[in-house]
Ligand binder design. Sequence first.
Ligand code: AMP
Length: 208
Amino acid sequence: MITVLVGPPGSGKGTQAKGLCKHFGLAHISTGDMLRDAKRRGALAVELVQQMDTGGLVPDEVVLGLIDGRTQAEDCRRGFLLDGFPRTVPQADGLGDMLEARKQAVTAVVQLDVPRELLEERLIHRRTDKATGQIYHLHYSPPPQGADLEHRGDDQPAAVKKRLDAYESMTVALLPYYQARGLLFRVDGVGAPELISKRIFAALPITS
Ligand code: AMP
């Protein structure tokens, strides 16, 4: 089973990905997490760090290379879920070619639909606990007093705007791409995470 989760930044892809992977026994592959990890280890070229921090996309060949290697790992044998990849039509084409060469194909694409105003609100007030990795929202899910918090560089207002613009100008084009292939399942991404999970399970053509 190869599932793709498409949605704008802040739409809750990471949270939903965890539940889906647990349920179906899939490996969770987030290109954003992989790139942040490479950045922390000092393994990412300066220009790529800059592109990430200012809310731009890194080049297609960089993420395609990451995905090619990662999806051949042992934990992907039962299947995997792609979170935040593909984000452009060339990435989707690259993924399709890569899978075809391995006699595999994408099983389903879930799109989380969330209005832009809500996304801006969510991202700008998002904070991560540096010690635990737990994500908080300054108003709706406030962090405990004294927590050592990180405000991601790309969650600053100017970068948030750029990320949402990139989603609208490049990633939205994936929707007709996958719809034409009969793979797209749209889900309302507004509401409590548990409610959204239920909607995803109801929409997916696969149950176990
Ligand atoms: P995310 O956590 O998925 O929002 O990703 C954080 C940042 O990593 C993005 O703003 C991009 O700079 C970069 N990134 C992650 N995935 C991709 C991708 N598929 N294509 C290009 N850039 C990506």
